[in-house]
Design a protein around this ligand. Structure first.
Ligand code: AMP
Ligand code: GLY
Length: 466
């Protein structure tokens, strides 16, 4: 790491954010594009750069600069070189690898939880432990280590039998959860986790940037009851004590319309969520967010940042499926276009220890409009996406006032953009209803073309089972 900054060299910290600052957003997906687009519009933002961002964002008018986000020393050096006063971290693997800890040790201000608190996402066993300690509603579960593998059938039996949910304990690029319908599938997942260790490579690379994570702990897995109902994502900004809940959203994880086909990183999202009433949301805050913050403070891993609860809701009942330690993708792309008030002072206040004052001065104000975000993916996604396809039709949309385009898997070639990943871009449209928003998102997507482009036409519709 570069040398430690002397106190006098550290950038001035404002208590109430009133003087414009230089901001960086770290990451390169559509979520980071949406965050950057929101933050750059803040009157408190003097300049914004996305590190490393992508060439689509640059085409959309955002400043980007290359950096290896796994190399924490390089990130700190880049933030200094660019005179950045505040860094907002998007992806979970950076948080789990302790990027916030390392930047703070360097005297830099960053938005996101420290490594110990990010375990609420990076360790399913830790999350379950916290939920149990706090009495938070969640599926009944048992944690297994390699030695326990022969007990699997007994454990499944104790949880009510198959079908059952099995989860690898660490970060696994969204692939660590399996619904097993019988003993054969259960045994197969156990073998993948404990014998073939297929998820450990992900865990190791995720931790590579941090100093104190050299030894990989033995793998664990969580076995839990399968729950049914409707899923919803609820986000709250918090400094570890005070909470500010954002408007709820739902994402569509399955590839195909009507929720069929393989699971993906998300094919679209919508907000608001018509089936989740204000009363139930208040109960979720009371039973799911507040007790977790207390439990985490007591475990000496106070959470500051964006806390994401993924919930299963059935009638009046709800259960936490997972907590995440960062903004969700693609939910963020459906939520932020609805936020009319300034986001920057809230994120800055959380990082700087003055959330309360900044929140009181900038209460969140939401548009009554609905927002639908639809992801355009490559042919072959999620298994083997084809890349290198020329993208046409986006420039007019970038110039127009209507639906916004947020870029993910794209790169520049021959003066234009080509696809470079499975989820290529997303389009977010606002409208008086979800139907109106979806129809505008569809009209925008009809203007975009790349070979093999696919997207769902039912995001936020009754057909998609919202
Ligand atoms: P997680 O990463 O723990 O949220 O799991 C990913 C996805 O698996 C969730 O969004 C759900 O669709 C599904 N899932 C996880 N846990 C359960 C459960 N106990 N019952 C039913 N579905 C689940
Ligand atoms: N939308 C799911 C996630 O961000 O994890």
């Amino acid at each position: 790491m570069p040398r430690e900054l002397k106190k006098t060299e550290r950038p001035e910290r404002q208590e109430l954010l009133t003087k414009p600052i230089r901001v960086a957003v770290l990451g390169s997906g559509a979520r980071e594009h949406a965050l950057a687009a929101k933050l750059v519009a803040s009157p408190c933002c003097r300049e914004l750069v996305v590190l490393p961002g992508n060439e689509g964002m640059a085409r959309a008018g955002l400043k980007t600069a290359p950096v290896d986000l796994k190399d924490h020393a390089a990130v700190a050096a880049k933030l200094r070189e660019l005179d950045i006063e505040f860094a907002v971290i998007g992806p979970d693997d950076l948080l789990a690898a302790g990027l916030v800890d390392d930047l703070e040790a360097e005297g830099l201000l960053a938005f996101g939880p420290k490594r110990a608190a990010a375990r609420i996402e990076s360790s399913k066993a830790f999350a379950k432990e916290m939920m149990e300690a706090a009495g938070i509603p969640t599926a009944r579960h048992v944690v297994l280590k390699a030695d326990d593998a022969p007990k699997l059938e007994q454990v499944v039996e104790s949880l009510g039998g198959y079908p059952i949910v099995m989860k690898y304990d660490g970060l696994a690029l969204g692939k660590g959860v399996r619904i097993c319908v019988d003993a054969r599938e259960g045994a197969e997942f156990v073998k993948e986790v404990f014998e073939d260790k297929i998820f450990e490579r992900v865990g190791r690379s995720e931790a590579s940037g941090s100093k104190d994570t050299k030894k990989t702990p033995p793998p664990l897995m969580v076995v839990e009851q399968l729950l049914s109902g409707h899923e919803v994502s609820v986000f709250a900004l918090t400094d570890g004590k005070r909470l500010a809940v954002l408007e709820p959203s739902c994402d569509h994880k399955r590839l195909g319309e009507g929720n069929v086909g393989p699971n993906t990183g998300g094919m679209g999202a919508y907000s608001p969520v018509p089936w989740l009433g204000a009363e139930q949301l208040a109960e979720i805050v009371e039973k799911v967010f507040a007790p977790l913050l207390t439990a985490m403070r007591e475990a000496k891993s106070s959470f500051k940042g964006l806390l994401y609860a993924g919930l299963m809701v059935r009638g009046r009942d709800f259960w936490v499926l997972e907590y995440n330690a960062r903004f969700g993708d693609p939910e963020t792309q459906a939520i932020l276009p609805r936020l009319e008030s300034d986001l920057l002072p809230l994120l800055y206040g959380i990082a700087n220890g003055c959330f309360e004052r900044n929140l009181d001065a900038n209460p969140m104000r939401w548009s009554s409009n609905a927002c639908v975000n639809v992801v355009a993916a490559s042919r072959g996604y999620p298994e083997a996406p084809e890349t290198g396809m020329k993208i046409e039709g986006v420039d007019d949309l970038l110039l127009a006032k209507g639906p916004r385009v947020y870029f993910a898997g794209v790169k520049a070639r021959e003066g234009g953009l080509v696809t470079s990943g499975g989820r290529v871009l997303g389009v977010s449209a606002l409208g008086e209803s979800l139907d109106a928003a979806r129809s505008d998102a569809m009209a925008a997507l009809e203007k975009i073309r790349f070979e093999g482009m696919k997207f769902r036409r039912d995001v936020g519709s009754v057909r998609a089972n919202y």
